[in-house]
Ligand binder design. Structure first.
Ligand code: CTP
Length: 414
């Protein structure tokens, strides 16, 4: 299944009220509306008068495919109770942008406009409220805004992070609204089952690069996509995630701590520095097996002799096997998962590798058929045998694998 087909189902069946309040970031709300509907959600838009100064209801109506509500006095519902109907039918209310003034109104429980009215009138135990703040950095940092935000959190709202950067007013600082694709990721994460809540997950991903000289090195074709997808899925499942990444060109999943490394020795050092805090270790990295014994400080030149330079290699340490042998792993305080990239005879190779590495779970895949692609087939090998996760996007496989790992960590045999 293609990535596009997958993304269309992530919010399938979800009914989301998208609330817009006054702010330049309203232009991003248009893209968010599209992203939400593109992910399968049914979106109903509610705008404050201030929001209508920045973007028109016509635009939001066209993008959501439904009439936009702006006033508590709207006569369209038969009983005139838009605030009740809209909030009762929703799976979540997402206010993006949430202005400082709107957050202040929420904190005080005001109901002077349709959006704050329906936030107040929503059944809070069943309809979560997500706020995507957007404002000037001074307004964001003001104690009143921070106090109001704390109050909304105490009252059950879920406040999304803000971005740091150049603002419409020309200043630079914190308070920008996240981009539409980041907000979509946050909304999807919000709905994900929290099967890894309280766990700290350490993941290695991508290839390693073993430098020969300043311009050359040994590496492999791993794209890091599976490891990054797992980091995202584990974070969505409620885990605190640290991702140790070899050289890859992938964006960091939201709220994941990322540490970039180059060589296998760097990766080993980063893993050893973080593994004591982890309760789950997932080694997806395609660690280069060998490194040059010597690094040439300057580019090696052809010397005209027709003789290529002799390249002496040393074997890299096996990071996964070392971690799996550690006292915490042996005592069951650290659950270790390995990956195996094979070019054939997957089952036999994966079973042998699981025993050699001393891990309870090893995930096998055929390297040449998956490197760089967005989909894959996985073979889960444990002490009882093997289970296949059929071909799907790496995003879906990561979600399935995280659910499986969570059951194993909780002691429920998959
Ligand atoms: N691994 C590791 N450190 C290494 C080599 C591998 O941590 N130096 C981890 C990988 O991240 C993966 C697992 O071990 O989780 C298996 O990696 P793979 O490259 O398939 O196996 P190798 O041990 O390198 O064995 P071979 O190349 O001989 O198949």
């Amino acid at each position: 299944m293609s990535q596009a087909a997958n993304i269309q189902t992530e919010l399938a069946g979800r009914r989301i009220v998208l609330g817009l309040t006054g702010g330049v970031a309203c232009y991003k709300a248009a893209a968010l509306c599209r992203a939400l509907t593109g992910a399968g959600a049914a979106v109903r838009v509610v705008m404050t008068d201030a929001a209508c100064q920045f973007i028109t209801p016509v635009t939001m109506q066209a993008l959501s495919g439904h009439p936009v509500f702006t006033s508590p006095w709207d006569a369209r519902p038969d009983d005139g109770m838009a605030h009740i109907h809209i909030s009762r039918d929703a799976d979540a209310i997402v206010v993006a942008p949430a202005s400082a003034d709107f957050i202040a109104r929420l904190a005080q429980g005001r109901a002077s406009d349709l959006l704050s009215l329906l936030c107040l009138a929503r059944p809070a135990e069943r309809v979560p409220l997500l706020l995507a703040p957007a404002m000037n950095r001074e307004m964001w940092a003001h104690p009143a805004t921070q106090r109001n935000l704390r109050q909304t959190v105490d009252d059950g709202a879920h406040v999304l992070s803000v971005a740091y950067g150049a603002q419409a007013c020309g200043e630079i600082g914190a308070g920008r609204m996240l981009e539409a694709d980041q907000l979509l990721e946050e909304v999807i994460a919000f709905f994900a089952p929290k099967s890894l809540l309280g766990q700290r997950v350490l993941i290695t991903a991508g290839p390693t690069f073993e430098a020969i000289d300043p311009v050359r090195g040994l590496s492999n074709r791993s794209s890091g996509k599976m490891g990054f997808a797992l980091a995202r899925a584990a974070r969505e499942a409620g885990a605190q995630v640290t991702l140790i990444a070899g050289p890859v060109a992938l964006p960091t999943p939201a709220l994941v701590e990322r540490i970039d490394v180059q060589s296998a020795l760097d990766m080993r050092a980063a893993v050893l520095a973080h593994v004591d805090a982890a309760s789950v270790f997932i080694a997806t990295a395609a660690v280069a097996d060998w490194r040059p014994t010597q690094y040439a400080a300057h580019k090696i030149k052809k010397d005209g002799s027709d003789q290529p330079p002799a390249l002496a290699l040393a074997e890299n340490p096996d990071i996964l096997a070392e971690v799996a042998r550690s006292p915490r792993a042996r005592a069951g305080q650290l659950y270790c998962v390995g990956f195996a990239a094979e070019s054939g005879d997957l089952l036999a190779n994966a079973q042998a590798k699981r025993e050699r590495k001393g891990v309870p779970l090893l995930v096998g895949n055929l390297g040449p058929e998956t490197f760089g692609r967005d989909d894959n087939v996985l073979l889960l090998v444990d002490e009882h045998g093997a289970t296949e996760l059929p071909r799907a996007s790496k995003r879906q496989l990561a979600q399935q694998l995280v659910t499986d790992i969570a059951r194993r960590v909780a002691g429920v045999v998959a």
